[in-house]
Design a protein around this ligand. Structure first.
Ligand code: ASP
Ligand code: MG
Length: 408
């Protein structure tokens, strides 16, 4: 007998029929002798619907009341799923975050879990009852409802799995696992059987939005065995593991991630003196804008060039800020463009193998794709290219590293 946490996302509980299908799956798992905690999201579209009601009333709704409002979405699905389980003859009880002892800090709308008191949940599990927990919500010290940020049900599930020392945390969603790249761009992208937490973080932060990033971080930290799988089809999904040895079938590269929403700013001819990077990027950070890649290069006599990328939605604001700072610094000129994209190859195999970067650059060169920026980390190499080459670049690299279904 094992203890399993199963999380079902919004599309998996999007209609009454789908809730009944989830109940069937949970019922079978319980009947096989497992203890089951189910974590549910709100029905798909519901959280957005509630938020738009709030925005009709106020341009800046009170954060505390937003939490009271949006947490109702998950309560609806817990109750309906318990009813559906009862129809199948399976005893089940719904829990709000508060009833399940999910304690958080005070930051409404983006609260962090501080502690979970599992006593009540444990008692129900031991008596053979399925526990159905409302994802995305918790309770602060003062007893107020809090929510964990969009996509937060993943984090609820992982945190509950960690607290209960569950054997596995299974995230049921509308895709059947984590792929080598987005199948909409590369039709023969392959589902991975395994991937490491680290790789998953690199893939997730680059746009493979299968799991909330915080949930992956949490699972890595507490070593929760995490599996992504489809609630619509059968299959083993993708296991996300700590262990590099048995991950990714020993492939060098596990995936190609990409991000279309990039923009680049270049400041040329800044005096080469201490504090320049701080003055340019400090101003950007003060505006709460996240910077991604940074490249600085001495370009001539005592002057440097400075290029960095930001999310495209921040482009106009960043340009304005940087233009102001550049004037103060006496820079030669500021330029930028927002029609760029980032492509990254990701893989823990890179640690022990040289030559991945040159292989990557050669493949792109063969296709006449110009590289605008390069950055590397221990398990990732990223390039910025013209946005119009994004698809070609991703396909080229997917081929180059033999990631397709039939090449394994
Ligand atoms: N319902 C919440 C959202 O849409 C939480 C979740 O689904 O994970 O963000
Ligand atoms: Mg989700």
């Amino acid at each position: 007998m094992s203890l399993l946490v199963q999380k079902y996302g919004g599309t998996s509980v999007g209609t009454v029929e789908r809730i009944q299908a989830v109940a069937e799956r949970v019922y079978k798992t319980a009947r096989d002798g497992h203890q089951v905690v189910v974590v549910v999201s709100a029905m798909s579209g519901e959280t957005n619907r509630l938020l738009s009601l709030a925005n009709e009333i106020s341009a800046r709704p009170i954060p505390r009341e937003i939490d009271v409002l949006v947490s109702t979405g998950e309560q609806v699905t817990t109750a309906l799923l318990c009813m559906a389980l009862a129809e199948l003859g399976q005893e089940a009880r719904s829990y709000t975050g508060s009833q399940a002892g999910i304690k958080t800090d005070d930051s409404h709308n983006k609260a962090r879990i501080t502690n979970i008191d599992t006593e009540a949940v444990m008692k129900d599990l031991q008596s053979g009852c399925v526990v159905v927990l409302a994802g995305f919500q918790g309770v602060n010290e003062a007893g107020e409802v809090t929510t964990l940020g969009r996509g937060g049900s993943d984090t609820s599930a992982v945190a509950m799995a960690a607290a209960l020392k569950a054997d596995e945390c299974q995230i049921y969603t509308d895709v059947d696992g984590v792929y080598t790249t987005d199948p909409r761009v590369v039709s023969d992208a392959r589902k991975l059987d395994r991937i490491t937490f680290e790789e998953m973080l690199e893939m997730a932060s680059l746009g493979s939005k299968v799991l909330q990033i915080r949930a992956v971080e949490f699972a890595g930290k507490y070593n929760v065995a995490l599996r992504v799988l489809s609630s619509f089809t059968e299959g083993e999904g993708t296991l996300i593991t700590l262990d590099e040895e048995d991950a990714v079938e020993q492939a060098l590269i596990s995936g190609i991630a990409f991000n279309r929403d990039e923009a680049q700013i270049t400041v040329r001819g800044v005096p080469d003196t201490p504090g320049i990077a701080f003055q340019i990027l400090g101003a950007v950070a003060d505006a709460n804008i996240e910077v991604d890649m940074i490249v600085q290069n001495i370009s001539g006599d005592n002057v440097t060039d400075f290029t960095f990328t930001v999310n495209r939605i921040d482009y106009d604001r960043v340009s304005e800020i940087v233009n102001t700072v550049a004037k103060e610094l006496g820079a030669a000129d500021v330029s930028g463009r927002s029609d760029i994209a980032k492509i990254s190859v990701v893989g823990v195999g890179m640690r022990s193998h040289a030559g991945i970067a040159s292989k990557m650059f050669q493949a792109l060169a063969k296709e006449q794709i110009n590289i605008l920026m390069i950055s590397t980390s221990e398990i990732k190499i990223s390039v910025v290219v013209d946005e119009k080459y994004l698809e070609l670049g991703v396909r080229t690299l997917h081929d180059e590293f033999d990631l397709a279904q039939n090449s394994q």
